[in-house]
Design a protein around this ligand. Structure first.
Ligand code: SAM
Length: 262
């Protein structure tokens, strides 16, 4: 990947915004992820993906990112999150009972300095913890998800997250690329599934355009604006948008929209 993060592939992104108890997740309906298959498009270093898998009872969550170095960091993040988690029941009591939920352990139980000093704990085999329990209920994939499939797509998803990614797809792939992305989201969602979109506002495109001449030229050709996304998504078949609110502070304050596939 080039040094300039032209896809929004910032290293250290979660040093810039709150990275524990992501506020965006706390604004969503409480049971949105419970027992669900979730896709997190543009997962960066996997902080949000891990939180959904660990704290929101998703049956399976996959994070996908165009930048493989971020995907490697995301796998490491999973080990860190696992290492900081409060110990749960002895593994034997769950052996051969894959479907039995393990009582959810407190995240961030140990200080981060423990993991930092002594290293990550090994992850136990999935047959001892259950495939739908953290950390086995999640994974990461490297792909440009606008035009590449990942194996998990074939079983579909109940929830697709598009947090702070629409601008980067829009600037790189144009109006057509953004439409292709929205169409793919519609295609992989099951009936009743939800697309959670946090679009960046139009005025934030200017800063990204200054990064790179190609983004500038692409950006100058764009006809769609973030205000149009709701109409475009409805024309593709989504039901009316549910506006959850504006979430975050400073430059990270952005609207959160839910679109349901009928
Ligand atoms: C600004 S970050 C947002 C990270 C995360 N979604 C969040 O809001 O906390 C955008 C991420 O999307 C990724 N990305 C951009 N275009 C992508 C694409 N076509 N396919 C997969 N990932 C993409 C970037 O590499 C980057 O990690």
């Amino acid at each position: 990947m080039p040094n300039v993060p032209t896809h929004g592939n910032y290293v250290g992104y979660y040093t810039k915004r709150p990275f524990l108890n992501d506020e965006r997740l706390s604004f969503l309906p409480a049971d949105l992820f419970k027992g669900k298959r979730v896709l997190d498009v543009g997962c960066n270093e996997g902080f949000v993906t891990c939180e959904i898998a660990q704290c929101h009872d998703a049956s399976y969550t996959v994070g996908v990112d165009i930048d493989n170095s971020l995907i490697q960091a995301a796998w490491r993040r999973r080990r860190v999150v696992w290492s900081l988690q409060e110990p749960t029941l002895p593994v034997e009591s769950n052996a051969n009972h894959d479907d039995e939920p393990i009582v959810r352990a407190r995240p961030s139980y140990f200080p981060a300095s423990c993991e930092h000093e002594f290293g990550s704990l090994p992850v136990p085999p999935s047959q001892n913890r259950g495939k739908t329990n953290f950390p086995h209920n999640m994974g990461f994939r490297h792909a440009n998800w606008v035009n590449e499939h990942i194996p998990e797509d074939k079983d579909g998803y109940d929830v697709v997250l598009g947090f702070s990614i629409s601008k980067w797809i829009h600037l790189n792939d144009g109006d057509e690329g953004l439409e292709a992305f929205f169409r793919r989201v519609f295609g992989v969602l099951k009936s009743g599934g939800v697309f959670v979109l946090e679009p960046q506002p139009w005025d934030s495109y200017a800063k990204a355009k200054k990064m790179d001449q190609r983004l500038k030229e692409n950006g100058n050709r764009l006809k769609h604006r973030p205000e149009d996304f709701g109409r475009i998504l409805r024309e593709m078949g989504f039901e009316d948008v549910e506006h959850i609110g504006d979430v975050g502070v400073g430059g990270f304050r952005r609207p959160l929209h839910l679109y349901t596939k009928p």
